[in-house]
Write a protein that binds this ligand. Structure first.
Ligand code: FAD
Length: 396
């Protein structure tokens, strides 16, 4: 039976430390530094397959004990929270407000720190940005046990780095995120989604029309041969704007309740992927999406693999899921498709890979222009490369 990389980055059976506060987190990292231990940081473990497989480590730092709601100020619309708190639990505790992420799309248990360290975003990124854009302060512990904070009161300024930007997408390679201060937004009363059946080329054009209108959709994605345009607000407002969008585009069906939920959760399932699949996430310019969708179809057919694609047509974030065929086929499609996306100035991250895929195509493509900078930051923050060793190999 085939398996994904997550099996190879399994943390089962490894010595695990579960700090419950900042002091314990600092001591844990200090002890590991003194012993020369290699460390893997783990939240809920739902995204340990992202990037290249981590080499063997000596200790796992489980963040789920860092689950305190430190301070919630509804009037200021900010919340300070331990990085190990599950995002779903945090959302439950924000009365009438929310962290503006697609809560329903985030895997069960996924932690605030894991969300920041994976640096991903869902459909709401079109209007609120990713989690990185909602973070106003972060406290981290570096590889040697140094506590650093950016935003708010500064305990130690690490040579002027913007820690939030540095740790977003760092996949546990730069340090341990312990606490995060987030901006929150009012929870909308209702949502409606206009679903317009169309090919991706038409979806990009239609998305441009809606996004340049005053209708202000919060999410615009293409999935399952439909353009999905979501509106939030009061019930009357969401319905009225979805109706106006239908008039503007000349067709479509307004979804609410279970049918709306099903449309977006189908998209989430594709993004999450499953055992035996290879799932890639790419950032491109929205106008390049039709070309990349066409190329994917050609490559998949050539190499005997089934490919499904979902596209954030407003922001140019694409997810590709490869199914069936052989590891060589998955590797060939990954390699060929990624080469073209990178050549056009885009980026590609592998979220999971069918067993054997990395023997054909490496987890990361050619080093980006920023690789020397990333390497020097890694050298400065974790000179012995003890944190998540190999996660970004061969870049660093
Ligand atoms: C809006 C939004 C929508 C999303 N939608 C989807 C979706 O549809 N499907 C999907 O599969 N994923 C989705 N994601 C990504 C999903 O959120 C990740 O799976 C999740 O964030 C991982 O959390 P975790 O606690 O399981 O992390 P883990 O799997 O435990 O860790 C993930 C990585 O982060 C590092 N890490 C974890 N915690 C910390 C910490 N405290 N400090 C430093 N490094 C740390 C780990 O070392 C590892 O490299 C979405 C994310 C966002 C923001």
């Amino acid at each position: 039976m085939s398996s994904s990389v997550s099996d190879r980055t399994s943390t089962d059976g490894l010595p695990t430390v579960r700090p419950a506060d900042l002091a314990q987190a600092r001591d844990t990292m200090r002890d590991a530094a003194r012993a020369g231990h290699r460390v893997l940081v783990r939240g809920a473990g739902t995204a340990q397959s992202w990037g290249a497989p981590v080499e063997p480590v000596d200790v796992v730092v489980d963040t789920t004990g860092l689950d305190r709601l430190v301070a919630y100020n509804p009037a200021d619309m900010t919340v300070a929270v331990g990085a190990g708190m599950a995002m779903a639990d945090l959302q439950d505790r924000l009365e009438g407000q929310r962290v503006a992420l697609d809560a329903a799309r985030i895997p069960a248990g996924a932690t605030v720190g894991g969300l920041l360290a994976t640096g991903d975003g869902g459909p709401l990124r079109a209007s609120y940005g990713t989690l990185r854009d909602l973070v106003i302060g972060v406290t981290v512990v570096l590889a040697d046990g140094t506590v650093a904070r950016s935003g708010g009161h500064v305990i130690k300024n690490v040579a002027g780095y913007d820690l939030t930007k540095l740790f977003a997408g760092s996949l546990g390679s730069f340090g341990l995120v312990v606490e995060v201060v987030l901006r929150v937004h009012p929870r909308p009363e209702a949502s409606r989604t206009l679903a317009v059946p169309c090919p991706v080329t038409e979806a990009v054009r239609a998305a441009g029309v809606v996004l340049s209108s005053p209708l202000e959709p919060v999410a615009v994605d293409w999935h399952d041969d439909r353009l999905l345009v979501r509106f939030e607000g009061t019930t009357a407002g969401a319905v009225a704007r979805a109706d106006k969008a239908r008039e503007l585009l000349g067709s479509g069906e307004v979804l609410g309740g279970d049918t709306e939920e099903a449309a977006w959760s189908g998209l989430a399932a594709l993004v999450r992927g499953e055992e035996g699949q290879t799932v890639l996430r790419a950032g491109t310019r929205p106008d390049q999406l039709p070309e990349f969708a066409g190329l994917l179809g050609t490559l998949a057919e050539r190499h005997g693999v089934s490919a499904a694609l979902t596209a954030g047509v407003g922001v140019g974030v694409t997810t590709v899921a490869l199914t069936g065929g052989s590891p060589a086929g998955h590797g060939a499609v990954l390699d060929g498709w990624r080469a073209r996306v990178l050549a056009a100035g885009g980026s590609v991250t592998v979220h999971r890979a069918a067993e054997g895929t990395f023997e054909v195509a490496p987890a990361w493509g050619p080093a980006p222009a920023t690789a020397p900078l990333l390497r020097s930051i890694k050298q400065r923050l974790d000179a012995d490369h003890r944190l998540a060793p190999g996660r970004f190999a061969p870049w660093f």
